[in-house]
Design a protein around this ligand. Structure first.
Ligand code: T1G
Length: 695
């Protein structure tokens, strides 16, 4: 028996415990141990074998760190087949998250019991593959094709209750998995329960699989794994079981080789790696139990909602009773949305909108707060005034945070005598929904203040990424670059609508001009006007965007921007063509055509180039930090792994040569990032910089 599998007997029952922390992933040693254990159970005459997990969970799947490496025997499908064809009655006792290969092990068992809190699922499509150990062949025989397509193409986790209702598990019982498994197995033996290999169940009724395939492809916006999984389920209907397994394996291995699998696995591990920073090692976060928010506008109310949902009492300060009342209305609105979506129950709603939330107009009420976060008007003087007042009022050790999205936090910290307590917590709107939080570290922010930011993100169920101070930190600075590339292409001959279509084709849900209309063109316009005095004369001005704003076309908020919003789907605004034409005339530009590939290329190269500068400048600790920000905050298609993972897979030399070619037209905007030039010169990738960094 391998160290990760423990075997002993309890009467007629072989007890097989899996002990491979943290999630009992089905690595090679576990797979080998399981085969040896079932062989031992058969050899020593056991009548049944109970499989259960030690620690936090029944296996949460194959060990995804093995992906991309040569597969080691025994392969998981063979382990499942070995369990299913054993003469011994096999029972699985599930707890925690029995996912992927873990559920496939359970489906290869004769009976399945679970604790009430257990979750099951086949989330393989979320990491770019599909069930590859019989899941697409056994689940449809158990629950039918429609349910299998829903479960497998969504990759969603299913509660024990729902799994019981669907027939995926046979019994739900509270208690330790070993105990409930043992008593259930004894009961099965006592009633001489028959073996129930799913492979012997009838094939499920087929459906129109081509339609299901097309629908899965459409929904996944270019990601192919859900559609491939549909073909696997189709095989369960059309082929004998063993041939169906072979077909599933072919499809699985094809997905294993794709860039999409690489991108999604990179995203999975990157979202966990961003919290691993050398500066956080051995640094304790400060205790935060009470939170104050200053400013009850959209962002302030969203931030307050986020903390309320995470269980913090919140005091929100506004400048007047009316403003405080309006803030309460926004928060209540947010929470009623959470209630409607089933995120909270009525009792919680009443508590969060009642005793947990205090509104005030007096700074005195912030004296005892452990954390104060301001979301006031984006003006340096206003923010400095707030921080100097906080400095005078707040208790020593209170963390003073700003939600500014671009202002210099060092200047804000200078307004206090305690710069070590000042940090940026940049939420993304809507703050109570978006999972990304940029933790912006100023020059004198103390390490434990940084650690507090990361600890808060965990409690808010958000993913924190460390950012340095610059205009736009990580996400907005890179956004400004690729947004500018889009504006330049409009001036040079492309239409906003072709650009939006090309970027949607790459996998974004929306193109840049749709996003601008959604956010409000006036926001970027205000930023441009703010920076106009210090703008480099070589920078190309997005005249089209300025003129749209001068005409009051701010986008959805005014009913018209690049698109008209008086019908669905919104149509291109006919006024825009004239505005573009006059802007080109003003600038003496003779428009030229842009193909979709060139549009995508320029847009992505601008993104990668600025991202490389952000890493090179130390604003982001590693390339993976940038990937996580763009994936979680800016809609970068997850199956591409993020801009720098995409760049690695596309090839840095070609990207650099494209940037160098574009620089012929605009040396200022397309100045290559030194880090990109260095990596190409050294034959390295952005991923090389991720390895080891931050440990
Ligand atoms: N393989 C290897 N490591 C894993 C892992 C896995 N499957 N799942 C989690 N980890 C690590 C994770 O990297 C982290 O490590 C630690 O466990 C805790 O995870 C043939 C081929 C289970 C819901 O896709 O969804 O089976 O950072 O921080 O928030 O059909 O992890 O501590 O060093 O996420 O409580 C299918 C993926 C695989 C499940 C727990 N299974 N995992 O979430 O903790 S493919 C999955 C998750 C497959 C078969 C196919 C979550 C979780 P570290 P965590 P969590």
């Amino acid at each position: 028996m391998t160290g990760v599998i423990r075997y002993n007997r309890d009467g007629d029952i072989a007890m097989i415990a899996i002990d491979n922390p943290p999630v009992n992933a089905l690595g090679q040693a576990v797979r080998q141990g399981l085969v040896e254990a079932v062989e031992k159970a058969e050899a020593d005459g056991a009548r049944a074998a109970l499989i259960y997990g030690e620690g936090r969970s029944f296996p949460a799947g194959a060990d995804i760190r093995e992906f991309g490496k040569p597969p080691l025997e025994p392969w998981l499908p063979d382990v499942c087949n070995r369990l299913e064809t054993s003469p011994v009655l096999v029972v699985s006792a599930l707890h925690g998250t029995a996912l992927g290969g873990g559920l496939e092990i359970a489906l290869a068992s004769d009976y399945r019991i679970a604790t009430p809190a257990a979750k099951v699922g086949l989330p393989e499509v979320l990491i770019g593959v599909m069930p590859g150990a019989g899941g697409t062949q056994r689940l449809p025989r158990l629950v039918g094709v429609e349910t299998s397509i829903d479960v497998i193409t969504s990759g969603r986790q299913i509660s024990a209750g729902e799994a019981f209702d669907l027939g995926i598990i046979d019994r739900v019982e509270d208690g330790a998995p070993r105990d409930i498994g043992l008593s259930y197995t004894r009961a099965l033996l006592a009633e001489n329960a028959p073996r129930r290999p799913i492979r012997e169940m009838p094939a499920p009724q087929p459906i129109d699989f081509d339609a299901a395939y097309d629908s899965a492809l459409r929904k996944a916006r270019g990601q192919i794994s859900p559609a491939y999984a549909v073909r696997g389920i189709q095989a369960a209907c059309e082929l004998p079981f063993e041939e169906g397994l072979t077909r599933e394996r072919e499809l699985f291995r094809a997905l294993l080789e794709t860039d999409q699998r690489q991108g999604l696995i990179h995203a999975f591990f990157a979202e966990r790696a961003v919290g691993v920073l050398a500066e956080l090692k051995d640094t304790n976060a400060r205790d935060v139990n009470s939170v104050a928010v200053i400013g009850g506008g959209t962002m302030g109310a969203g931030i307050a909602t986020s903390f309320l949902l995470a269980g913090f009492p919140v005091t929100l300060l506004e400048m007047s009773e009316d403003a405080a009342h309006a803030a309460r209305g926004r928060i209540t609105g947010n929470l009623s949305g959470a209630l409607k979506r089933g995120k909270i129950d009525q009792k919680t709603y009443d508590r969060l909108t009642g005793p947990a939330l205090a509104l005030t107009t007096s700074y005195d009420d912030l004296r005892e707060a452990d954390l104060v976060i301001e979301a006031v008007f984006e003006d340096m003087n206003v923010k400095r005034d707030v921080f100097s007042r906080l400095d005078a009022i707040c208790k020593p050790g209170a963390v003073l945070a700003t939600n500014t999205s671009y202002l210099d936090i060092n200047k804000i910290a200078d307004a206090t005598q305690r710069p070590e307590d000042v940090i940026g917590l940049h939420f993304f709107s809507p703050a109570h929904v978006m999972k990304l939080l940029e933790v912006v570290v100023a020059d004198r922010t103390a390490p434990d203040t940084v650690a507090t930011g990361f600890a808060l993100a965990k409690r808010l169920k958000k993913t924190a990424v460390r950012a340095g101070v610059c205009d736009g930190f990580i996400g907005n600075r890179i956004l400004a670059a690729y947004r500018a590339a889009a504006d330049h292409m409009v001036l040079d001959g492309a239409t906003p609508y072709d650009i939006d279509a090309a970027i949607r084709e790459f996998g974004f849900a929306m193109g840049p001009f749709q996003v601008s209309d959604l956010a409000g063109l006036d926001i970027a316009w205000a930023a441009r006007k703010r920076r106009a005095a210090t703008r480099d004369p070589r920078e190309r001005v997005p005249l089209v965007a300025d003129r749209l704003c001068e005409a009051g076309l701010f986008g959805q908020k005014t009913g018209q921007g690049y698109y008209l919003y008086n019908e669905t789907p919104p149509k291109p605004n006919p006024e825009v063509a004239g505005i573009i034409e006059s802007a080109r005339e003003t600038l003496g530009i003779k428009p030229r055509a842009f193909s979709r590939p060139e549009i995508q290329r320029r847009y992505l190269c601008a993104m990668v180039n600025e991202a490389a500068k952000v890493v090179g400048d130390g604003i982001a600790r590693r390339p993976l930090d940038v990937d996580v920000v763009l994936l979680m905050g800016y809609g970068f298609p997850r199956y591409r792994g993020g801009p720098l993972k995409w760049a690695d897979m596309d090839g840095l030399p070609k990207i650099l040569s494209d940037i160098t070619a574009y620089a012929q037209d605009d040396r200022y905007f397309w100045s290559p990032a030194p880090l990109l030039e260095q990596l190409v010169a050294e034959g390295r990738t952005f991923d090389d910089l991720n390895k080891g960094a931050g440990k």
